[in-house]
Design a binder for this molecule. Structure first.
Ligand code: PMP
Length: 361
């Protein structure tokens, strides 16, 4: 049998493993920060109708520039943004890949502050961009002075910031973004995949777009909208950035079905985003429940919580799984991440914690 090692793959990919959280069939799945609530019936119907209306025309390529969808996304974002400020692709992962293809690549570097979203370095590697692992303080915090010092040291072509940060859940101090924007020689990408879950008063980088043509804000419909299976991510930036990513995007990358489904979902956004407050409540319940049990927990502005489990997070992860609850081992020694979902899922998680982890030193 031929193995991967026998194939002439790029040297820098040799020995690497594909990204992916385990997709296990367990009663309580809280490991990939999905929205636990199924798509509401009126939205199911609307998406069904919108997709059906496209079927006869599937012999034709879709709108290559996804203009109507981008107009709808701009309308949702507000902040005076228009179609020309917005670009969409199959998940914000693809948007970020396109940004790396056009602003990174061989001979160029990207910097992120670890722990942050683990796909950023993988996307960098995939596009031949050298990745620089920046760091955070011992409490996972990032100060403006620390961030600026690292930007100065590495002079990266792209800086990735993540707010709220995954896996810690905490939103970025706005001073950090101001300082990085002033110092960075290249593009600054703020990954706001979880922005809709932020605690009141948390600023969005969207407000800084005017006057900052090198700032890019990426968003997704995978989390708050509960549309992870639909695969729709997008960015907001200066129109020149939208022109730039078109240099690398595949023609017709967004299928007619994706565009129609996403537009129908956006038209029902009030209903879809109706779960956000309920999820935030569960998030706050998880934080309070874990703190009550004496556990260290990072402040969360997202739909997940990073919590301390003791010496060996792999043992704790397995113990929770044995109690029917799948959480995420993000590779941070002593910590695990749990997604906030329904009240029943929170009950199951807190019960499993009592049963499984309290006994683990
Ligand atoms: N950014 C962050 C911080 C994420 O956690 C995720 C999903 N895990 C994504 C981006 C990608 O989401 P999608 O490609 O589904 O839009």
């Amino acid at each position: 049998m031929t193995s991967l090692d026998d194939l002439p793959i790029r040297d820098d990919l040799r020995g690497r493993r594909p990204y992916g959280a385990p997709q296990l069939d367990v009663p309580v799945r809280l490991n990939t920060n999905e929205n636990s609530y199924p798509v509401p019936e009126p939205v199911v119907e609307a998406i069904g109708k919108a997709v059906a209306a496209e079927l006869r025309d599937l012999n034709r390529y879709p709108d290559r520039d996804a203009v109507a969808l981008r107009a709808d996304l701009a309308d949702y974002l507000g902040h005076g943004l228009g179609t020309g400020n917005v670009w969409a692709a199959n998940g914000s992962n693809e948007v970020q890949q396109q940004l790396l293809q056009v602003f990174g690549g061989p001979g160029r570097t990207a910097l992120g502050f670890t722990p942050a979203y683990s796909m950023h370095p993988l996307l960098a590697t995939g596009t031949g961009t050298a990745w620089r692992d920046g760091n955070r303080g011992p409490d996972f915090g990032l100060t403006a002075a620390d961030a600026v010092a690292q930007v100065r040291e590495h002079r990266p072509d792209l800086v990735f910031l993540c707010s709220p940060n995954n896996p810690t859940g905490t939103a970025l101090d706005p001073e950090v973004l101001d300082a990085v924007l002033a110092e960075a020689p290249g593009m600054v990408v703020v990954d706001e995949a979880y922005a809709e879950f932020a605690r009141p008063g948390t600023p969005t980088a969207l407000a800084l777009l005017p006057g900052h043509p090198r700032l890019v804000v990426t968003r997704t419909m995978s989390k708050a909208f509960g549309f992870a299976g639909g695969r729709l991510g997008y960015l907001a930036a200066d129109p020149a950035v939208v022109d730039a990513v078109q240099l690398v995007r595949l023609p017709y990358h967004l299928s007619a079905l994706t565009q129609a489904a996403a537009r129908a979902a956006l038209a029902h956004r009030d209903l879809l985003l109706g779960t956000v407050e309920a999820i935030k409540e569960q998030r706050d319940r998880i934080v309070a429940g874990l703190r009550l049990r004496g556990r260290r927990v990072a402040d969360s502005d997202a739909n997940f919580v990073l919590f301390e489990v003791g010496d060996d997070e792999r043992v704790a992860w397995r113990a929770l799984l044995d109690h029917g609850v799948l959480v995420r081992d993000v590779g941070l020694p002593g910590w695990l991440r749990v997604t906030a979902g329904t009240p029943q899922e929170t009950d199951a998680f807190l019960t499993a914690i009592e049963a499984a982890i309290e006994s683990v030193p």
